[in-house]
Design a protein around this ligand. Structure first.
Ligand code: URP
Length: 384
């Protein structure tokens, strides 16, 4: 049941919990109810024709006297890799471009302003194999690689900000590889890029074999639809990573990911949601879907037999708001587009209620951290 046959927690709750109690269960598990968005029927028809799930929800905020509502729509895309991992590289990339193009068309029909794809979306998640070729051939220039050029066209055509997480090859600086999200403005210009700060050393996520820890800090991108940041996958386990994007002013933090059930499914609903609460911002958690099979066997360093498959990517993409409410997740087993309408005024409203930025005592932690990272630091343990 840990794989594709279990569709989602939400479907399970809806099937088995009596309606009168379901309301309370959802109130506790999901916070204040999100309103279902009235998306165009042609969008649902296109999604069904293209065989992906479409869901839409809106987060409300209180009316203010001096500020009009600041409404923006985000789109989260989760998908399988459409072709087997041993198909020629260019064919795999091109099939993924076609798949995403179809989903972005539907997002445009739903009025999406900012769209984000899953981590390393142009490739299978081959870092488990520890082989270099052909996987490093999926790396591209963030500034003018084929995928960035493709996304620029989408952005311009649909007047949409595109967040495109790719494996980056920095040809100008020693051909070094990075795990990067390229942010493309709705004008079609490359607004900038941000790199994955924390690299997993867990299970089959052998990513340090391929690319380095990000060196760009915590940039936040000002777009006409809000200030956005990207905390790539494993970065979501690091509260300080979310915090620094928030300190730099992010109102929406995307978390494009690739993670599997056995490792992280019970953490998934907690981490991005907690980050939204702790940082008075919206967070958008995106995970890929399905099983990916690799041409050659690899071991997991656990004494077990060599195998060719990574594990089950469980989808379940969702959006959380600064008041702790969240959308239901997309399916665990189907490609999908989640549209969420956010009123960004909710960020400051929650800040004014809970005051975490005022009560955070950052100066105290800055002093204590500065001491704690020194090699001769003695932990402050009081003994009898
Ligand atoms: N892609 C990636 O960083 N995965 C690590 C596993 C996890 O963070 O759940």
């Amino acid at each position: 049941m840990a794989e594709a046959e279990w569709e989602s927690l939400e479907r399970c709750l809806e099937k088995h919990i009596p309606p009168a109690e379901l309301r309370n269960v959802k109130r506790v598990l999901y916070g204040k109810e999100t309103r279902k968005l009235d998306l165009p029927s042609r969008a649902f028809e296109a999604a069904s024709k293209e065989d992906f799930e479409l869901q839409g929800y809106a987060f409300e905020a209180a009316e203010e006297q001096l500020r009009p509502p600041r409404i923006t729509r985000v789109g989260l895309v989760q998908n399988r890799t459409p072709l087997p991992a041993d198909t020629p590289v260019a064919e795999q990339v091109s099939a993924l471009h076609r798949r995403i193009e179809a989903i972005v068309e539907v997002a445009a029909a739903c009025g999406v302003n900012i769209i984000c794809f899953q981590e390393a979306w142009t490739m299978p998640f081959a870092f488990c194999t520890r082989e270099k070729l052909p996987w490093t051939e999926f790396a591209e220039s963030a500034e003018d690689g084929p995928t960035t050029r493709f996304c620029q066209k989408l952005a311009k055509k649909h007047d949409m900000v595109v967040v495109s997480p790719i494996l980056e090859r920095d040809g100008e600086h020693g051909d070094v590889l990075w795990n990067t999200a390229v942010v493309i403005s709705n004008s079609g210009a490359v607004l900038g890029k941000t790199r994955k700060n924390h690299i997993p050393r867990v299970g089959d996520f052998n990513e340090s074999t391929y690319y380095m820890e990000g060196n760009l800090g915590h940039p936040v991108f000002q777009t006409p639809f809000g200030r956005i940041a990207v905390n790539i996958c494993y970065g979501r386990h690091h509260p300080l990573n979310w915090l620094m994007y928030s300190i730099n002013g992010a109102e929406i933090i995307f978390n494009p990911s690739a993670t599997i059930g056995a490792l992280s499914e019970s953490l998934w609903p907690v981490e991005a949601r907690n980050a939204a609460i702790a940082n008075h911002c919206f967070t958008c958690a995106i995970n890929r879907v399905g099983k990916e099979l690799f041409p050659n066997e690899f071991t997991s360093g656990d004494g077990k037999k060599a195998h060719r498959e990574f594990g089950y990517f469980y989808g379940s993409s969702y959006v959380s708001a600064p008041d702790g409410s969240r959308t239901p997740g997309l399916s665990r087993c189907q490609d999908g587009l989640l549209v969420a309408e956010l009123n960004l005024n909710l960020c400051r409203q929650m800040n004014d209620i809970w005051n975490f930025k005022m009560t955070g005592r950052f100066e105290m932690y800055a002093r204590e951290f500065a001491e704690a990272v020194k090699p001769n630091y003695t932990p402050n343990i009081v003994k009898e």
